[in-house]
Design a protein around this ligand. Structure first.
Ligand SMILES: Cc1cc2nc3c(=O)[nH]c(=O)nc-3n(C[C@H](O)[C@H](O)[C@H](O)COP(=O)(O)OP(=O)(O)OC[C@H]3O[C@@H](n4cnc5c(N)ncnc54)[C@H](O)[C@@H]3O)c2cc1C
Length: 443
């Protein structure tokens, strides 16, 4: 199980750990306990669920296998993104008009929830709401992005299509054919945001225990009993919030997602003359390559870039060769700047590309599978899980509760993912090689 590694080992080399003060005094579970709600996993999903349930007066315990931040929520790119991988119209044709519209509305408003929580709980996490750019690697992709922008605009989002010159002006690279800006999005220091949620949950009364992995779950009459290696917690409701780090203790759930590695690198702070033209207005970027690249600046002006990586928990320097190449291709002027940080984590992908909310038995809830869009969506899922734990009907949630459906031949998913990533990387490289060479961005 990936969840039990220490944060120190997993995120060695992480920019976010280096630039954020940890919470030092969290205990391990050291006696049997009782609560109304027990949450398993202290990422955005679990801590948002704990915060919302505790704020509504429930007695909540959170069990975290490692340290706070040991999962994707402490390791990610900090891009706060609205929406899901599917366009709103596609959601409506795939899931029907009502459910599709609910999925679009829930995911579209998820960044509002993030920035509201940050404001309400005074979370210091370098939050910037300058928008998210999705940039097209080809003319064909640009046409899809134009449709996406139009659909979101039609639903009231503050979004606009960007020409290639406009995209180059906002980013400082001419590598893209254009794209769209979604002003609902922004950036946070992801670990600082997570620790802020943890502090807010505790201030609302939730009890957090680290290095306390849930190893077994069983029924005790009307209650559930969650056993850790030494002690157990009994509660009427259990929320499993372990995403890509779900281990064999929840094996059916683990097999509903494929955990795909993503690695990030960060440079030293850019000198002022480069900051003036590289992402000068502070947007974050994802592109539409088959193996996408995502990048941003942090609060100190370091250039941070991520893309798919190796399956090692802790990346080694050769794992970031593709990143060095990407930085050089996008910004030749950064070629001489050393990479000071390298770290990675796992992203949970679902076969249908949407996150899943499950309730496999009364009082047992789970939310996972954000497909790389979890900063906003996992926070929103946590609130949905809390609302359900508080007794709201499934109909009023506005998010479908679906059966747990393990992926067939899941044991081979890592092998298949690795082969697919190599194949898609090769196709991306081929396409890049026939694209026009970069020219200087317009001033
Ligand atoms: C490198 C990377 C970059 C990303 N970039 C972005 C981005 O820029 N924008 C975006 O929106 N999304 C991004 N994501 C995705 C996002 O980080 C995740 O979707 C989100 O953090 C999931 O949150 P979570 O709370 O569900 O899971 P996690 O944060 O993974 O938390 C799960 C927790 O459960 C714990 N756990 C596991 N098993 C047990 C157990 N048995 N008992 C107790 N605890 C257990 C784990 O230790 C972990 O702390 C990225 C992910 C990665 C890895």
């Amino acid at each position: 199980m990936r969840g039990v590694d220490s944060l120190a080992a997993r995120s060695a080399g992480s920019l976010w750990v280096a630039t954020c003060a940890a919470i030092t005094s969290l205990p391990q579970l050291c006696a049997d306990a009782r609560a109304e709600v027990v949450v398993i996993g202290a990422g955005y999903t679990g801590l948002s669920a704990a915060l919302h349930a505790a704020a509504a007066g429930r007695d909540v315990i959170v069990l975290e296998a490692g340290e706070i931040g040991a999962g994707g929520s402490g390791l990610n790119g900090g891009q706060v993104i609205a929406g899901l991988k599917h366009d709103p119209d596609d959601l409506e044709s795939l899931y029907g008009e009502r459910v599709g519209a609910q999925l679009a509305a829930c995911s579209g408003s998820a960044p509002d929830l993030v920035f509201d929580l940050i404001r309400k709980h005074s979370i210091e996490c370098d939050a910037v709401r300058a928008g998210w750019l999705q940039l097209a690697a080809s003319q064909r992709h640009l046409r899809s992005l134009e449709r996406r922008a139009a659909q979101w605009r039609g639903r009231g989002a503050d979004a606009a299509v960007l020409s290639d010159r406009e995209a180059a002006g906002l980013t400082g690279t001419s590598r893209y054919c254009g794209g769209w800006i979604d002003r609902r999005g922004g950036t946070v220091q992801p670990l600082a945001y997570l620790l802020g949620l943890a502090r807010a949950a505790m201030a609302s009364g939730a009890r957090l225990f680290i290095r306390s992995p849930a190893a077994k779950l069983s029924r005790r009459g009307e209650d559930w009993c969650v056993e850790t290696p030494r002690f157990s917690v009994t509660a009427r409701t259990v929320v499993v919030a372990t995403d890509a780090y779900t281990g064999r203790a929840f094996d059916s759930l683990r097999r509903t997602v494929v955990a795909v590695p993503s690695i990030q690198v960060a440079t030293a702070p850019l000198p002022q003359h480069l900051r003036a033209h590289i992402l000068p207005a502070g947007q974050s970027v994802s592109d539409t390559q088959r193996i996408l690249r995502y990048f941003r600046l942090d609060a100190a002006g370091r250039f941070v870039l991520g893309t798919r990586g190796s399956y090692r928990d802790v990346p080694i320097p050769t794992d970031s060769r593709a990143h060095e190449r990407a930085v050089r291709e996008l910004y030749p002027e950064l070629a001489g700047l050393p990479l000071q940080y390298r770290w990675g984590g796992f992203v949970a992908m679902t076969p249908d590309g949407i996150p899943h909310l499950h309730e496999p038995a009364p009082g047992l809830l789970a939310g996972l599978g954000y497909n790389g869009r979890g900063v906003a969506m996992a926070t929103a899922m946590g609130r949905l899980l809390a609302r359900r734990a508080l007794g709201e009907t499934s109909a009023s949630l506005g998010f479908p509760i679906t059966p747990v459906r393990p992926i067939r031949l899941h044991a081979f998913s890592r092998m298949a993912a690795r082969a697919t990533i190599r194949y898609l990387q090769a196709r991306d490289a081929l396409e890049r090689s026939v694209r026009r060479p970069p020219s200087r961005a317009p001033a």
